[in-house]
Design a protein around this ligand. Sequence first.
Ligand SMILES: Cc1cc2nc3c(=O)[nH]c(=O)nc-3n(C[C@H](O)[C@H](O)[C@H](O)COP(=O)(O)O)c2cc1C
Length: 376
Amino acid sequence: MKTPLCRKLGCELPIFAFSHCRDVVVEVTKAGGFGVLGASTFSPEKLEAELRWIDQHTGGRPYGVDVIIPTTYDKEAEKSLEDLHKLIPQEHRDFMEKILTEAGIPQLPPDEKERVEREIVQGRGGMTPDGARRLLTVALTHPQVKMVVSALGSPPPDIIEQLRSRGIVIGAMCGKAEHAARHMKAGVEVIVAQGTEAGGHTGEIATMVLVPQVVEACGPGIAVLAAGGIARGSQIAAALALGAQGVWCGTVWLGTRESELDPFEKQVLFDARADDAVRRKARTGKSVRMIKSRLSEAWEQPGAPKYLPTPLQGILYNEMHARVVRAKRKDFYSGPAGQVVGMLTEETSVRDVMYRMQTEYLEAVERLQQLTDTQQ
Ligand SMILES: Cc1cc2nc3c(=O)[nH]c(=O)nc-3n(C[C@H](O)[C@H](O)[C@H](O)COP(=O)(O)O)c2cc1C
């Protein structure tokens, strides 16, 4: 399974794990894969603590960091980090408050409310180009960080220059072949071709269609990773057959014991079917695949306010989401998850997932080999 990109980065397996949870990053990296910490929801101080912990537990192995560098966002919010709350219109607050109050979902206790609001504002402040710069300043002080990936847009020239001068491999997420062309022009070396099946921000084209298009658009000099809808070894075999140099998975780790989700959230995911993972703008103002709930659907109704730009919608939504999780209200729960959520049925571990992926990959390759052999 070792591909040229594995050799370039110094990992054994072309299994890239996107996670906001340091334990997942550590376990995947220790198992020979390449863990990538989603940093966009952290303050720079929190990111420093997380990266220090990952360094201490990965025995010098390489890993990556992912930041969100959107092409469209609220410019005012980028300047007013301290005052992000004040930029959320009262109409939007009242809309969310009415839904939760009518459903009997209580406020957070005052100290928890204060902590959650502070953490969300600090975290969401990272979802603008300047916010990403602050996070990268931290990431660059950790030499094990060998790849930085940007989501929602190409990294600007100053960031490309900074990463390149440190020998860090530069990646970017893409949902259309046109995005790949733009990324390559900007100087990106690894393109994560993410299909619509994926959890998180996602486009409209399926992985099976997107990956070969992006591989063709990139040519031999650029490595493509396949993302979206991959949780099994057979799907890894399919991705490599399509020309990808590895797979990039997110949802599958949510059901592991290393995932930071609380047991209530994991149970919602285990109960969900593939078609419960829908694309909606309620979480961030941009299309995110997430679990359908009464909260996500309320924003789709006539009379709902317009979605706020990044990062303001995310601040508003996540404050309400914290209340839903505390109240354990499955009917209002809309965490991000991809269609493979329908394959998650019970808690596993990162080690089990990695082992199973490799075994199934070998079985899939053997099946194909037998087909070829019987033709001769
Ligand atoms: C809970 C969750 C949060 C995500 N957050 C981000 C993010 O902050 N940045 C990013 O580049 N991708 C994010 N993604 C998308 C993943 O990087 C990845 O492309 C996707 O999960 C792959 O598809 P899968 O969910 O079918 O495995 C997220 C995905 C999930 C499930």
